[in-house]
Ligand binder design. Sequence first.
Ligand SMILES: Nc1ncnc2c1ncn2[C@@H]1O[C@H](COP(=O)(O)OP(=O)(O)OP(=O)(O)O)[C@@H](O)[C@H]1O
Ligand SMILES: [Mg+2]
Length: 378
Amino acid sequence: MTPAIQREDDPPPAFHSKHYWKIAVLANIKDDNMSKPEGVPPDAFADFDHIEMVDALRAALETDGHSTVFIPADRELPYTLRDEKPDICFNLAEGLGGDAREAQAPALLEMLGIPYTGSRVLANAISLDKTLTKRIWRDRRLPVAPFQEFLIGDEPLRAELKFPLFVKPSREGTGMGVDINALVNDEKELRERVTYIINMYRQPALVETFLPGREFTVGLLGRSDAKLYSRHPEWYEKDGFHRFPVLELDTSHSTTPWIYTNEAKSKDVGEDGYLGYFCPAEVEPELEKKLKYLALRAHQAINSLDVSRVDIRLDEDGNPRLIEINTLPGITPDYSDLCLQSKAEGISYEDLVLDILYLGAGRWGMIPPHENGAKRKP
Ligand SMILES: Nc1ncnc2c1ncn2[C@@H]1O[C@H](COP(=O)(O)OP(=O)(O)OP(=O)(O)O)[C@@H](O)[C@H]1O
Ligand SMILES: [Mg+2]
């Protein structure tokens, strides 16, 4: 008998073995022309997706025979899910407000018993909170820059934090709250910026040592049993993970040199002031190994699942330091870092998103494990 409340360690519910599913794409959509409510930061909603991304994702999922529907991750979500009854959700929902918005849709789906892709509630909640994430990494002895969280703004600065420092909101993404003034050189600039972040973004400010070196991002796909559910078991190494080629950001031509700001992120590829990138990055084999090793450790430390992207910068001695992890990495074709990384090694957009789907579906018991990877069709 199925227990009324599914515990963490219960087996997943036994699912009908349908070959084609109704997949709901969950996302928060922005329209660049939409007016913003009063009192929100100038870059509010920057982490939302464009409808074109949803269309591209749906088209990719449909290439394998599934039907799809787009469900906005707004306050109607519980009711729309009840009406649409999807077999599985492809989760890209950023959520709305609060201290763990990226965990809202997963929490609701867990409650309703609806399968979904990617990380679960806790990992999505932790990764949104950069300070908490760094505390966990530090506890695992993973390298992070010295940091301090400011809740009020007038807390004394700890001695290990030496100028120049970098100030950012503790719970944003897509470079929100990061502009040229994020880099502060003295006590006065620090206090001004910290106060601005706390008041404008209504959340703690995270202050870190400024990392002056090269910036990389490492994409990961998989988990220990990924080969059993993937359409491409050959992608995955012995430990079940696929490491995408390292992408290096070329910030030298950006309107905000050396920093990946929201302003730079909002520009189209090739537009003046847009950040360039190198993928695969030209890195010493030793450094490449280290970056991929750290990304995987960072991913595992917060129990991320199936897909993530880890940002890393080099400190003044050239040592990599973890900046943050994105458990809901953007997947806009030919634009998002993860898509650029998979394209760089010849993996098509369709193959990328279908593997994210089947890894998720496998976890929820929707496809049987197969020693030669997922073979769903008769
Ligand atoms: N300690 C630091 N030293 C130097 N630069 C930093 C530091 N922390 C962040 N940055 C710069 O600010 C950018 C944005 O920071 P971060 O990755 O934490 O924010 P984000 O908005 O969550 O990014 P994403 O778009 O990847 O979600 C980084 O890509 C990097 O260029
Ligand atoms: Mg980042």
